[in-house]
Design a protein around this ligand. Structure first.
Ligand SMILES: Nc1ncnc2c1ncn2[C@@H]1O[C@H](COP(=O)(O)OP(=O)(O)OP(=O)(O)O)[C@@H](O)[C@H]1O
Ligand SMILES: [Mg+2]
Length: 281
């Protein structure tokens, strides 16, 4: 597919002045943030979508200093998938990304084996108790972004992980079991004063920009527990499963598509939080 070849080509590693660059979005504010946080209707005009995605993609590059993001949530909520998707977006922007694979199933390590050689993404398997040390080593080694694929439960070294992490991404599917675990995570994160953003994953896609009832209810429940709930969602999409099976990110597999739009907007939101050192804007 021709569109897929030139949309997200590699960028130079030029460091842009963050403060100045952060304000520049353009292309009708990336098509009004891809119609409010990445909800793209199946019938949306592809030229319109392509222009919005390209602008959004080019908005930010590096952080100036290494940042650490850690994906947490219930088993199966999408931690490993989100970690690999965010890694690809960051690497496509020219960042050097280190993934610390702390998941006993070693899902991201398996994904990277399929992906093969990629100078932008390094995956290292890591014991929970070594996470803080590995983050320090990663920073010294010059990585721009460290992504941690957290196991299902926090370990003994949780306080050290909080110290080492700039922002947590709490993932929750819109189901009763996930929401109950997400509330426990919110308590855990709040107790440790850990900055976080909650994102709903494996969600039923929106229709005409309207949340599915299950997603709307889940969002309302989460919002009663924390103000840090992302307005967008990561929908259940076959393209994500297929991209992952090929060791790819969905922005490589189907760059002009709804899944790319959702992950890019999520990245954009996380980036906003990371450049303000975790504080909401
Ligand atoms: N947005 C999505 N659309 C479709 N399938 C998805 C999506 N996100 C995740 N999946 C699938 O859901 C399953 C669980 O995802 P993943 O392994 O990323 O979760 P996890 O939180 O890392 O799980 P674990 O706690 O077991 O480590 C995988 O089969 C993955 O391919
Ligand atoms: Mg996992």
């Amino acid at each position: 597919m021709k569109l897929s070849l030139d949309l997200f080509h590699s960028h130079s590693r030029t460091v842009l002045p963050v403060a100045a660059h952060a304000k520049v979005l353009g292309a009708k504010a990336a098509q009004t943030l891809l119609l409010a946080e990445g909800a793209v209707d199946p019938g949306v005009d592809r030229v319109w979508l392509r222009a919005g995605l390209r602008t959004l993609f080019r908005r930010d590059r590096r952080f100036g200093a290494c940042k650490t993001l850690c994906c947490v949530g219930k088993g199966g909520a999408g931690k490993s998938t989100t970690t690999s998707q965010l890694a690809v977006i960051a690497a496509k922007k020219g960042m050097h990304v280190l993934i610390l694979d702390c998941d006993r199933q070693r899902s991201v390590s398996g994904w990277k084996r399929i992906r093969g050689s990629d100078p932008g993404i390094t995956v290292k398997q890591c014991a929970y108790n070594h996470l803080e040390l590995e983050c320090q080593t990663g920073r010294k080694a010059g990585f721009d972004l460290i992504l941690i694929d957290h196991p299902q439960q926090p370990g003994e070294a949780w306080p050290a992980l909080v110290r080492a992490t700039d922002l947590f991404v709490l993932l929750a599917r819109p189901s009763v079991f996930d929401l109950s675990t997400a509330q426990a995570w919110i308590r855990q994160l709040d107790a440790g004063r850990a900055p976080f953003l909650t994102a709903i994953t494996a969600a039923q896609p929106r229709r005409s920009m309207i949340d599915a009832p299950t997603v709307r209810d889940a969002r309302e429940i989460l919002q009663t527990r924390t103000p840090h709930v992302w307005r967008g969602q990561i929908s259940t999409r076959q393209s994500i499963v297929l991209a992952t099976a090929q060791g790819k990110g969905v922005i490589e597999y189907e760059p002009v598509g709804a899944a790319s739009a959702e992950y890019l907007v999520l990245w954009h939101r996380l980036w906003d939080r990371l450049v303000t050192n975790g504080a909401p804007q």
